[in-house]
Design a protein around this ligand. Structure first.
Ligand SMILES: Cc1cc2nc3c(=O)[nH]c(=O)nc-3n(C[C@H](O)[C@H](O)[C@H](O)COP(=O)(O)OP(=O)(O)OC[C@H]3O[C@@H](n4cnc5c(N)ncnc54)[C@H](O)[C@@H]3O)c2cc1C
Length: 386
């Protein structure tokens, strides 16, 4: 039998690809190797779970055994791939060497913290980037009992969604970020201020324009000292300061990478033969979108390629829906800085249209009631990857 297709990673990219390949080829030998539990879950639901009091086990849609059974593939969970040798086409897992016919890297992206966390506070400081992280944070909240004081560091999509969700779950939330308004990478400041205002009005302690100077323990409390000298007591700290594509395996194997991820072409092919990449770890034709729709399109195209029909991937004009019920937000950020943002609407119902110098729409951002313009504007905007 020929060497199998090996997929590294069981996130939405890795499992999505396995599903697509199996749908096209019932007999292909597939092995999926993952460092985590391998449960099939939807990562976007992690930041909606606390409002609904969702137990971690309810977020797992299928166990790895059920997934492996349904897809007739071999699954190795809690198994970290240590190295790739493109010359011999083998993977290293400890002392084991595993040959591959085709290899797909779907290793995702890892949370990056802007400061080191001292041992004395480590048991109170969390990130939530997968189901195992959610389980740990959920357990810490449960141990605390009742309303916990949660300080969130970072006001991007993940920080804002967890702030909204934890507040709705009955916790006391503070949000610390260096930017003057939330979602600075998705929204122009006027719309960011709308979201920030809604979060403040709902009772979130907004510490914008501030960084964390230190984290110290005071009994059962963690004290965050901010750069203006102010202090913020918390029971738990959640760091949401961005994700860095996991490129270590690819780097060590000599594949082309950048800070945006493992470089691939439209066929998701890396610079090494028989190695492809997709999802949050991959920078596809110069773009690492880090959202679900692009990775789903990638999984579909790559499955076609791997089963004999070479297929380039294309991304549409797919806006991001931010899950902040306190103030609905939709954004399709322009790929380049626009010539201008045209802001329409009033109060918390704003549309911001990113236009080039000829007045053509390049992207948009919507808040409040204006989110209903999502479909109409997405039709008029250029695709992310034509
Ligand atoms: C809280 C949150 C909310 C989000 N909400 C949305 C949303 O509403 N809409 C949207 O479009 N996107 C959203 N996203 C982004 C989206 O969820 C991600 O883009 C997507 O899930 C990434 O999937 P992935 O498979 O590429 O990576 P991951 O899910 O990170 O999976 C990576 C896998 O690789 C494995 N791995 C890594 N290194 C190794 C190794 N050396 N050996 C073996 N295995 C390894 C890991 O164990 C894991 O299984 C959200 C993200 C977060 C964190």
């Amino acid at each position: 039998m020929s060497d199998p297709l090996i997929i590294v990673g069981s996130g939405m990219a890795g499992l999505g690809l396995a599903r697509q390949v199996r749908a096209r080829d019932a007999r292909r030998a597939i092995t999926l190797i993952t460092a985590d539990s391998g449960a099939d879950y939807s990562k976007p639901l992690l930041s909606t779970g606390f409002a609904k009091g969702m137990l971690p086990e309810r977020l797992a849609m299928r166990s790895p055994i059920d997934v492996a059974d349904a897809l007739q593939m071999t699954m190795r969970t809690h198994t970290r791939v240590d190295a790739i040798d493109p010359q011999t086409q083998t993977l290293a897992i400890g002392v084991e060497r595993l040959p591959y016919g085709e290899l797909v890297l779907a290793t995702g992206a890892a949370p990056s913290a802007p400061f080191t966390v001292a041992d004395e506070v480590r048991d109170r400081v969390f990130t939530i980037n997968d189901l195992d992280d959610y389980r740990l944070f959920h357990a810490a909240l449960s141990r605390h009992g009742g309303a916990a004081r949660v300080a969130i560091v970072g006001a991007g999509l993940v920080g804002c969604e967890f702030a909204d969700d934890l507040l709705a779950g009955g916790h006391r939330v503070a949000l610390v970020a260096p930017e003057a308004a939330p979602l600075a990478r998705l929204l122009p400041p006027a719309l960011g201020r709308v979201l920030g205002g809604a979060m403040h009005d709902a009772g979130i302690d907004m510490r914008l324009g501030r960084t964390v100077a230190s984290l110290q323990r005071d009994g059962e409390t963690v004290v965050l000292t901010l750069d203006d000298g102010d202090t913020l007591p918390a029971d738990l700290v959640l760091i949401a300061t961005g994700l860095t594509p996991r490129t270590e395996l690819a780097d060590a194997a000599g594949l082309e990478t950048s800070t945006a991820g493992i470089q691939t072409d439209r066929y998701l092919a890396t610079s090494a033969p028989r190695i492809h990449a997709l999802g949050d770890c991959a920078c596809v034709a110069g773009l690492n979108a880090m959202y679900v729709q692009p990775l789903q399109a990638s999984a579909k195209a790559l499955a076609a390629t791997l089963t004999g029909t070479p297929t380039p991937v294309a991304y549409g004009a797919w806006p991001v829906v931010v899950k902040t019920p306190l103030c609905p937000v939709v954004a399709l950020p322009p790929r380049q800085s626009p010539a201008r943002w045209r802001i329409e609407g009033e109060g918390s119902d704003l549309s911001a249209l990113a236009e080039d110098e000829n007045g053509y729409l390049q992207g948009f951002a919507l808040t409040g009631a204006c989110v209903r313009r999502k479909v109409e504007l997405a039709r008029a905007a250029p695709p992310l990857l034509p």
